[in-house]
Write a protein that binds this ligand. Structure first.
Ligand code: UD1
Length: 357
């Protein structure tokens, strides 16, 4: 039996790894490595529990730091694990510093790299994630693309070998776990909400959290909206709000329900029943589309262009007026299409690896 070493570290990677790990373990020995990029219980442990992910075989305990510190520390610790395990392939997910660090280590050890969520581009090189994506794709042998657009992006960069259009593993995960959420959690009742009558908001991108004007503008939009805003706050955002003296404004706003980060199951449930989503997260833009919930994206560009083209996602940046207008009035009309596969992307990935390794 061949060995695959999968590397996860941050919230969205736990979600992507869950269906893939399940599919892989039928035919492979999987060694799961957690880099420790996310470490607070509500950013990590709760996800492992909700997602029924196996305990990591290795926990590198890297934690936070500058990009160089985090990436470098992951590389140093991961190299030892890869040298010991000598896997037949290394699996990396998405676009975080954990993704790039793992890809660089594997490339130098001449191990085949499989990149899940290959080919995504925002064409904004100021985003750390964009650098992580472009470089990871460059050194990967298997490029598992979620959408046709991702395949086209790679072709434009001259990457055509090893490219597989498999569908989106987040769609696999959302379909499975939203059913589980219905049985296991009742976030709407716990938080005293009325289905269809609140906005689910999240903010965590450095472009928003590390820019005082943008963050203030977003907070003002939330605090002055007529809508009920449910706002689970990422630790990075919590720190920025306190530093900029914006935290009290949020706490005082009677329409804003500010919360610590929520579990995946609760998030899916709240998202599905929201009147709309206001977010700078990549994953939530798609999840909103999966469930037919309008999405207001607090960014100037997106990797998930299909959701905008179909009229279900509106890019409003951090402009107070545009945010307010969109969260209050945006009612998409057009049909949604099947851009993200059939819910079996993970099985397809496992089959391709089994055939080709
Ligand atoms: C990372 C990813 C981003 C992804 C996001 C999901 C990179 C460059 N970015 O961003 O693509 O969308 O994860 O959440 O890899 N912190 C805690 N506790 C934690 C984790 C973080 O307090 O468990 C705080 C620390 O102060 C840290 C800050 O949040 O400095 C940012 O964490 P970091 O891992 O650097 O990036 P994210 O913003 O989470």
């Amino acid at each position: 039996m061949k060995t695959i070493l999968s590397v996860v570290g941050a919230r969205p990677q736990f979600i992507k790894a869950a269906p893939v790990s399940k599919a892989l373990r039928r035919n492979f020995r999987e060694v799961l490595v957690h880099t420790g990029q996310h470490y607070d219980p509500e950013m990590s442990d709760i996800f492992f529990r909700d997602l029924e992910l196996p305990e990591p075989d290795y926990h590198l305990g890297v934690g936070s730091g500058t990009h160089a510190e985090q990436t470098g520390e992951i590389m140093i610790r991961l190299e030892k694990v890869m040298a010991e395990i000598k896997p037949d392939a290394v699996l990396v997910f998405g676009d975080t510093n954990s993704t790039l660090a793992a890809a660089l280590v594997a490339a130098k050890l001449v191990l085949p790299i499989a990149h899940i969520e290959a080919g995504l581009r925002s064409f904004n090189r100021r985003m750390p994630e964009e650098i992580n994506r472009v470089l990871t794709d460059r050194v990967s042998r298997f490029l598992f693309c979620p959408t046709q657009l991702a395949v086209d992006n790679l072709r434009r960069e001259g990457i055509t070998e090893g490219v597989h259009l498999v569908g989106d593993v987040m769609f696999d995960a959302a379909q499975h776990f939203v059913r589980l959420a219905g049985r296991r959690v009742d976030a709407i009742r716990r938080l005293g909400l009325e289905p269809g009558n609140y906005v689910l908001a999240t903010v965590h991108r450095p472009a928003n959290t590390d820019d005082p004007e943008r963050l203030a503008s977003i907070v003002e939009a939330f605090a002055s909206s007529r809508c009920r805003i449910v706002f689970p706050i990422h630790p990075r955002t919590e720190q920025a709000l306190r530093k900029l003296g914006l935290r009290d404004k949020l706490s005082r706003a009677s329409n804003v329900l500010d919360l610590p980060p929520l579990s995946y199951l609760e998030t899916l449930q709240l998202l599905r029943h929201a009147r709309c989503v206001a977010t700078d997260s990549g994953g939530m833009q798609k999840e909103a589309y999966f469930f037919g919930v309008p999405c207001v994206t607090l960014r100037d560009e997106t990797e998930w262009v299909e959701t905008v083209e179909d009229g279900w996602n509106r890019l409003v940046g951090a402009d107070k007026g545009r945010i307010l207008e969109a969260i209050e009035d945006f009612r998409p009309a057009g049909p949604r299409k099947n851009h993200y596969g059939d819910g079996h992307a993970s099985e397809r990935i496992a089959e391709i690896l089994l055939r080709e390794l």
